[in-house]
Write a protein that binds this ligand. Structure first.
Ligand SMILES: Cc1cc2nc3c(=O)[nH]c(=O)nc-3n(C[C@H](O)[C@H](O)[C@H](O)COP(=O)(O)O)c2cc1C
Length: 168
């Protein structure tokens, strides 16, 4: 029976995984049965009555794995409530322009499956963890480093998503 909620994520350095865990934890507190999974580990959607899918932004875009997943499971995902969340550093600036850019990273997946809700959250950039290539890019664009995540805001969003799922 499809009675579980899936929270599936992509991540390169773990910060989006922790955002996904906070979403899952909040839903469980509200009484839901939830699986929080790396998106590459999800093959069967039949146990789920809703899906929350998230990715960090790299160079303005979602990572490829969730996009491929949504393409592959488009038909099934169109039949259940779906929400998307995005984790990115520019989100912390909070200006309409930066928020618009962060939201634009979801344009492709929104065309594939129309979500009941979307969320954009500030992420974490820790140069000590980065690959050589990513470190070079970060140096080039002079990105600010630090952990800007607000898990309280993430949890508030998770509660709002639960309500939207119930109404869908
Ligand atoms: C090479 C590189 C490119 C990035 N590009 C963007 C970007 O275009 N927009 C943005 O908001 N954040 C960008 N970020 C920040 C990441 O989205 C942020 O660090 C996020 O929390 C990483 O998630 P992860 O730890 O789950 O991989 C970039 C980070 C790196 C290292």
């Amino acid at each position: 029976m499809a009675d579980r909620i899936l929270v599936a994520y992509a991540t390169r350095y773990g910060s989006t995984a922790e955002v996904a865990e906070a979403i899952g934890d909040e839903l469980r507190k509200a009484g839901e049965t939830v699986d929080v999974r790396p998106i590459t580990g999800v093959t069967d959607l039949s146990p789920y009555r809703a899906a929350i899918i998230g990715s960090p932004i790299y160079m303005g875009k979602w990572l490829p794995e969730p996009q491929v997943f949504i393409e592959r499971h488009q038909q099934h995902l169109q039949s259940i409530p779906v929400a998307y969340f995005t984790v990115g550093l520019t989100v912390k600036e909070g200006t309409p322009e930066f928020l618009r850019k962060a939201e634009a990273s979801m344009d492709q997946v929104r065309l594939l499956v129309n979500p009941v809700e979307v969320g954009v959250f500030p992420g974490r950039l820790d140069t000590g963890r980065l690959s050589i290539a990513d470190r070079a890019i970060v140096k080039l664009i002079r990105a600010k480093t630090g952990d800007f995540r607000d898990l309280g805001a993430v949890r508030t969003w998770a509660r709002a998503v639960r309500e939207k799922i119930a109404l869908a």
